[in-house]
Design a protein around this ligand. Structure first.
Ligand code: KE4
Length: 405
């Protein structure tokens, strides 16, 4: 596979940008090869600077649920471009976007736009501390809430109900909030158990702590209403990102009115942003959300395609476990269940690296890290799924074994 131009660009990039990338995972370090530099994308495909074509299962790490360069989003952006790109003033677009999210996600009565998932979780945590007048934050090993450093935390084990009960017995009165990914995507895909979430909701209520769902990845992904609609749990605050930007930079946090009313200029929690609610980003996000709301069969089709891929991989790769929720999934090279970060870390990550590299050489673009999710989009066809399964077979040796090892 010719990666000459990408290699040259990477060499140049490394002189100017830390690690040659603007986000670490893009450097393909875990895979041990130079990353392809992507030149364009359309539907389920991305194309690198050397003209190599890939079926894309990274989907820009989640936003591309409708596929790349969706015609409806492109048309809406073209129209908005005629009207300008940023005003630093309130717009009707922000009202409409806030409206559609609060309509689709009932736990969100009020919402504030920011520019990334990191900003969303950072702001939600600050707000939770201000609202409860407490400082401690409970988070979970293997969950990622953006690159901000969360101080004064207690790190618990995911899916460990007894562990959480013990933490609250010990420190409940000091705990401002519990934050988690209701379906983890950042240790690979690891779904929360229903009783684990039910307990979290009950115990935070009992101790007067807030429950924050980080749905930056799962929001509008695992279902239109996100993971909270699958588990039928109402968190106090929810963080969004990725899909709500339709491919442009958007994050948001929202929840109970009485909590959100503490945010400036209404309340004392100052949070601001030059490009928050930017008209272009709102246009892309709003268009994507309208398409998802008006075409519920999209989620039925996503489920069908993703289920078929999961079953195909489970049949062909004897050494692997596939965790999946809706159209987000991960291949773990282990024979044991993966239900928390400890079990995820026991997987054969070297095997994953070889698998990912071999699939890339076959034109299948997977996340270059075991501890990420890959995504099916509405633009992936049945042929794309067939090709994934066929390429998967090609790199397997003896029945189910990996020839590459
Ligand atoms: P951003 O600041 O990257 O928009 O969002 C941070 C974030 C917060 N919460 C969850 C659950 C997330 O998954 C993320 C970001 N996800 C990673 C991929 N796992 C983004 C990819 C990257 O870091 O380049």
């Amino acid at each position: 596979m010719n990666l000459n131009r990408s290699d040259k660009l990477f060499k140049e990039a490394q002189k100017l940008i830390p690690g040659g990338v603007n986000s670490p995972v893009r450097a393909f370090k875990e895979i041990g090869i130079n990353p392809p530099f992507i030149a364009k994308a359309q539907g389920s495909r991305v194309y690198d600077e050397d003209g190599n074509e890939y079926i894309d299962f990274v989907g820009s790490w989640g936003p591309m649920i409708l596929g790349h360069n969706h015609p409806g989003i492109k048309k809406a952006l073209g129209k908005q471009l005629e009207l300008g790109t940023s005003y630093g003033a309130p717009t009707a677009l922000e009202v409409e976007t806030a409206g559609i999210i609060t309509e689709i996600v009932p736990s969100v009565e009020m919402i504030r736009m920011v520019n990334s998932g990191t900003e969303a979780t950072m702001s939600a945590l600050r707000l939770a501390r201000a609202y409860t007048k407490r400082e401690k934050i409970v988070k979970f090993a293997g969950n990622y809430h953006g690159h901000h450093v969360i101080e004064n935390t207690i790190t618990a084990d995911y899916n460990d109900t007894e562990g959480i009960k013990a933490i609250f017995r010990e420190s409940g009165a000091q705990i401002a909030t519990v934050i988690l990914e209701p379906v983890s995507g950042n240790m690979g895909v690891v779904p929360a158990k229903q009783e684990f979430l039910d307990n979290l909701r009950a115990i935070t209520q009992k101790y007067g702590s807030l429950l924050i769902f980080d749905e930056v990845m799962t929001g509008f992904r695992v279902a239109l209403g996100g993971a909270q609609s699958l588990y039928n749990i109402k968190p106090d605050l929810t963080c969004f990102g990725k899909i709500i930007g339709g491919g442009l930079p958007v994050g948001a946090y929202g929840g109970k009115r009485e909590i959100m009313e503490m945010v400036a200029p209404l309340g004392p929690v100052y949070q601001a942003g030059t490009l928050s609610g930017n008209p272009l980003a709102m246009t892309a996000g709003l268009t994507a959300l309208k398409i998802l709301r008006e075409n519920p069969e999209i989620y039925i089709q996503l489920e069908k395609k993703a289920k078929r891929l999961q079953e195909g991989l489970e049949t062909d790769i004897m050494e692997a476990r596939i965790n999946r929720v809706g159209s987000m999934m991960s291949v773990f090279f282990t024979q044991k269940p993966v239900f928390d970060y400890r079990s995820a870390k026991k997987c054969n990550t070297q095997m994953y690296a070889k698998y990912c590299k071999s699939m890339l050489e076959k034109g299948i673009y997977l996340p270059p890290s075991q501890f990420e999710a890959f995504f099916i989009s509405h633009s992936h066809t049945d042929e794309d799924i067939d090709l994934f399964l066929q390429k998967n077979k090609e790199i397997l040796g003896r029945t189910g074994g990996l020839k590459i090892l």
